[in-house]
Design a protein around this ligand. Structure first.
Ligand code: WTA
Length: 659
């Protein structure tokens, strides 16, 4: 253990020394493959970051009216970028490819039951125009909000693009959310229209989307006057006369061309509600031009976008990742995306690998939670598929523990594919800290360095930059960037309080703790509200979890702090084993072994006081472990939180020792 300043910083003690240079096979074809080229980008951004972004915005976006103003900070912390320009996002994602790529496949889709669909850019254009015309016909105008509650099918992307085409603001609500969650979001957004489907397929089941929608609309939601319903499953559903209309009927008699509505750069493209584990959901509001630029640049820098790629981001369109890296970024570059509707384990844990093989996926982007689950299922699944089309792998959403990183690297990437660990948030719009894979050496568990033009720092409680390597602190962004959030919809106070107040509006506060090592590499340590304070030592939950998962018997772990008379907080670990759960969840010998193990990996201070074994951990539907809930359980308190957003609500009984 090193000398620790217990007053002002978060202590970091996880040590990871492995480094991986970009594999030569990848470097050879990468667009940015020379350190000099990347350094030049950093240099330009450092010299004058406004001109840097302005040049890219001029070059990468097709403008209707070019902008003359770059950054307007008059109303900070509400920043405006490229303010007097006008453009259309759907035009940039579709129309501009029609000259050279009209017959190129834009979307390849496979449903859980094996149905396959392909849409060329020309077909996508026509589908988007038709739906945009249908929306217009039903009174949707510039600035109106449209809530989408859809399965992961091409029509979800078509509906998003159609909204963008007419200047309507979409708000996608993840199809797994309950009727109540949907209702809250519809009401907060004041949506005029809802777009849904009769149902969607997932995990060998039909998700009754229309029924949930009906329930949501049955009490409240007065702003809604039309519901568009996509026929996906063909199940019997109730249709309310005068309000509900089938997608295929609505699009039958409209023109298949729809002139794009030119909007201001700052016009809101969408609202996306962050999954509220506590309180009211926050509607994160994004812009048009700045947001588009972020998705384009990160597709190029981080995903090395190439014309012949088959790009698969597994995220649902209900999350920010499904916005930036399914519906917008890749299409803005005229790429071919792959979409899959179902669960990764249907019919078995080899499904993702089978899809990669069959559709010849070249870039694969997923979440650590999926990687760990598939790792747990064993090497035979990936082993029996040809994964040679893959050239680049990505991860997002939570810290990836080095063991899962190594498995991804060895078993999926066969040591020939770089891994881009991308740190970002709903609020940041696109990747913020991530490697440029043809140049940057990666370290398992680190998202490496901030991208050009992004000014990231780790600061202490007084807002001073922590210069000493490996000392943890608050992760902040010190300069505005084009793809940053613009507001929390209808809640100015929350916007200021959550993101700006801590350091007096000087920095954007990410809410994560991080450390920066001697090479300038960032290591995310967890949420600042997940920081433990044990005997005056602050520890990031992720570090202890990573140590536990590095043990050969452990598949997954979650750490929470529970109040402790002696030490302030004590460490409570929930552990999922690779094998079976011990009888009654108790195994004294293994507990001693794991405590010893963590002590060895990090230091005695990090040894969990208690370990409880479970078959699974409570997760949100986007795969995040709900630590706040675990904290309640570990403290023996009654659960008062809303648990309806849990993927696996039943696990709570076991965690509470009732099973
Ligand atoms: C976490 C997802 C470590 C982090 C795009 C952040 C990560 C939150 C990473 C945002 C990563 C995301 N390494 N942690 N590569 N990526 N996170 O809004 O805590 O769903 O603040 O956006 O996920 O989650 P969100």
């Amino acid at each position: 253990m090193t000398d620790i300043d217990t007053k002002n910083t978060i202590d970091s003690m996880l040590q990871e020394d492995r480094c991986f240079a970009p594999p030569s096979e990848f470097v050879e074809h990468a667009t940015i493959n020379k350190a000099d080229d990347l350094n030049k980008l950093y240099q330009l951004a450092n010299d004058d970051y406004e001109t840097f972004w302005a040049t890219l915005a001029h070059d990468e976006i097709d403008w209707h009216t070019r902008f003359s103003k770059v950054l307007d900070s008059t109303n900070a912390p509400h920043y405006r970028w490229f303010d007097d320009g006008t453009l259309n996002i759907s035009y940039n994602c579709i129309d501009r490819h029609l000259i050279e790529r009209a017959d190129k496949t834009a979307i390849i889709f496979e449903g859980e039951r094996g149905d396959i669909q392909r849409l060329s850019y020309r077909e996508l254009h026509s589908a988007v125009c038709r739906f945009a015309n249908a929306l217009r016909l039903h009174g949707v105008e510039h600035g109106d909000r449209v809530v989408l509650y859809m399965p992961m099918v091409p029509e979800a992307v078509i509906a998003m693009q159609a909204c963008a085409r007419i200047g309507a603001i979409h708000s996608v609500v993840f199809g797994g959310f309950s009727a109540e969650a949907l209702k809250n979001r519809i009401e907060d957004a004041g949506a005029k229209v809802v777009v849904t489907a009769d149902g969607g397929y997932r995990g060998n089941k039909i998700i009754p989307l229309k029924a949930a929608c009906d329930e949501a609309l049955s009490h409240g939601c007065e702003s809604v006057n039309a519901v568009f319903v996509l026929k996906r499953t063909g199940e019997d559903i109730a249709m309310t006369t005068g309000r509900d209309i089938y997608w295929h009927d609505a699009t039958k008699l409209v023109a298949d061309d729809c002139p794009p509505e030119w909007v201001n750069s700052e016009h809101p493209l969408f609202l996306l509600y962050t999954s509220g584990s506590t309180g009211k959901p926050k509607g994160i509001q994004h812009s048009s031009a700045g947001y588009l630029l972020g998705t384009i640049m990160t597709m190029k820098w981080v995903f090395d976008a190439q014309d012949d790629d088959i790009y698969w981001c597994t995220a649902d369109v209900g999350w920010i990742t499904g916005h930036s890296y399914v519906a917008y970024g890749p299409l803005a570059l005229g790429m071919t995306i792959f979409m899959y509707e179902g669960a990764p384990t249907v019919p078995d844990a080899g499904r993702f690998w089978k899809l990669c093989q069959y559709h010849k996926v070249t870039v694969f982007y997923t979440a650590p939670t999926a990687i760990r689950a598939l790792m747990k299922a064993g090497d035979a699944y990936p082993g029996s598929h040809d994964l040679s089309s893959l050239r680049l792998l990505g991860t997002v959403g939570e810290p990836i523990n080095p063991e899962a990183w190594m498995w991804y690297h060895r078993v999926i990437g066969k040591e020939r594919c770089p891994i881009v660990d991308t740190w970002w948030q709903t609020e940041t719009g696109a990747n913020i800290i991530a490697p440029v894979p043809g140049v940057v050496v990666t370290k398992p568990g680190s998202c490496t360095r901030p991208l050009p033009g992004i000014d990231v720092a780790v600061v202490d409680e007084s807002g001073n930059v922590i210069k000493e390597p490996n000392k943890g602190g608050y992760l902040v962004i010190r300069k505005p960037w084009p793809f940053m959030l613009r507001a929390v919809w209808g809640d100015e106070e929350r916007y200021r309080k959550t993101y700006w107040a801590l350091f007096n509006n000087k920095y954007y506060v990410a809410g994560d703790s991080a450390r920066c090592d001697e090479d300038g590499y960032y290591w995310i340590m967890g949420r600042t509200d997940d920081v433990l304070n044990v005997s005056g030592h602050r520890l990031g939950t992720m570090e202890i979890e990573s140590a536990l998962v590095a043990h050969e018997k452990v598949a997954e772990a979650a750490i929470v702090g529970v109040p402790d008379d002696l030490t302030g907080e004590s460490i409570f670990a929930y552990v999922v084993l690779k094998g079976d759960r011990p009888i009654d969840g108790i195994d004294e010998n293994l507990t001693a072994e794991l405590r010893q193990w963590v002590g060895k990996q990090i230091g005695s201070i990090a040894k969990p006081k208690e370990i409880r074994y479970a078959d699974n951990l409570p997760k949100t539907r986007s795969g995040k472990i709900m630590r706040r809930l675990l904290r309640t359980i570990a403290s023996g308190e009654a659960i008062t939180q809303d648990t309806s957003t849990l993927e696996n609500e039943a696990i709570l009984e076991q965690l509470q020792g009732k099973q």
